[in-house]
Design a protein around this ligand. Structure first.
Ligand SMILES: [Zn+2]
Length: 88
């Protein structure tokens, strides 16, 4: 088992991007916490085949319509490819 990658979740709420921690609707918080955990789990085993690095600074941003967008830092395009495959 790999350790899940920490995922920072932000939400667009009334036109502003806010951290999930400041959302008061517990249904939203628990759904998005779960989503972040899933992404972190999927990314846990992913390493760059060239540099053997994991993605860092992983962010899951959910816009006002509920679309999720994943952003992260990667050492190179090989890691981006590996992440794209892992997330399907
Ligand atoms: Zn790399």
């Amino acid at each position: 088992m790999s350790t899940p990658v920490p995922v920072a979740v932000t939400v667009n709420f009334r036109g502003r991007d806010v951290p999930l921690a400041s959302v008061s609707d517990q249904r939203v918080v628990s759904a998005l916490t779960e989503m972040g955990r899933n992404v972190g789990g999927l990314l846990a085993p992913v390493r760059c085949p060239v540099h053997h690095k994991a993605p860092s600074d992983v962010r899951l941003h959910v816009d006002a319509t509920g679309n999720a967008d994943i952003r992260y830092e990667s050492c190179c395009t090989k890691l981006r490819d590996a992440i794209g495959k892992a997330l399907g």
